[in-house]
Design a protein around this ligand. Sequence first.
Ligand code: G
Ligand code: G
Ligand code: MN
Ligand code: NA
Length: 254
Amino acid sequence: LELESDLRHALEQQQFVLHYQPQYLADGHTLTGVEALLRWQHPSRGLVPPGEFIPALEELGLIVEVGDWVIGEACRQIGNWEREGVVVPKVSVNLSARQFADGQLGQRIAGILAFSKIAPSRLELELTESILMQDVGGAMRMLDALKQLGPSIAIDDFGTGYSSLNYLKQFPIDVLKIDRSFVDGLPEGEQDGQIARAIIAMAHSLSLSVIAEGVETQAQLNFLREHGCDEVQGFYLGRPVPAAKLKASISNCK
Ligand code: G
Ligand code: G
Ligand code: MN
Ligand code: NA
C-alpha cells in the first residue's frame, strides 16, 4: 500500500507538523493554552488532515512512535515560545488508544519532559472516555502514573462516550472537554443547551474544569460564559495554526 510506505517515511523525512489551536478563559481574551493537532505535509498531496492518516498510523502501530514525536515537539515548542516572549501557559496533546495501552508510555513521557526541560505541569494529555472505559483498572493505574509525572489530564469529546460517573469521580482527571456536537446547537437548541449546562454542573461538582470545543459564534461564546463554562476553544476564537503564526492569532483574539 502506498499510504503505508509513505507513512513509514514521513517521520524520518520530517513531514509531520503540529498546528496549535488557542484555548481561552470564557472571557475570550485570556489565553490558557493551546491544543497541538497533528498534520502531514505530504510532498505531493499537500497538507493531509489527521482523519485521513491517524487511523492508518494506529493500525500500523506507528502511532506510538509518532505520538512520542508529537509530545516532544509540543514540549519543545513551549520552550521556543518562552524564549520568544510568547506566553503560552500550556500545551495539550491528544493520545490514541494504542499509545495509552503501551506500558512504556509513562517512562517515555518522563524522558521527553526531562529532555525538554519544561515544567511538567505545562503539558496536558487528552484522552477520550472510550479509551478510559475499555479497561478501567488499567486506565486508573496508567492515569495515576501519568499524573505523578506532572501533566494535567483532560477528557476529550466528553458526552459522546459512556463514562460511568463513579469512575469519573475516581480517575485523577482535571478537565472535561464538552464535545463540539453539543456546542453546535447553542444557544437556541434546547437539548444542546441542557446537555452543555449539565456537563458544566457535573464538572464543577467533581471539582473539574470544563472547556467547550467547537465554538464558532459569539452567541455560543456568550451562552457558555453565562452558564459558567471555564474555557473555550474553536474557530471563532482561533483556528489551528502553525507555531510561527500563533502570536499573530492570539493578538487578534475576540
Ligand atoms: O485537527 P482535526 O480536527 O482534523 O483532528 C481530527 C482528529 O484527529 C481529532 O479527533 C483529533 O483529536 C485527532 N488528532 C489530532 N492530532 C492528533 C495527535 O497528535 N494524536 C492523536 N492520537 N490524535 C490526534
Ligand atoms: O477530537 P478533537 O477534539 O481532538 O478534535 C479537534 C479537531 O476539531 C481539530 O482537528 C480541529 O481542527 C477541529 N476544530 C477545532 N475547532 C473547531 C470548530 O470551531 N469547529 C469545527 N467544526 N471543528 C473544530
Ligand atoms: Mn482533542
Ligand atoms: Na474533541
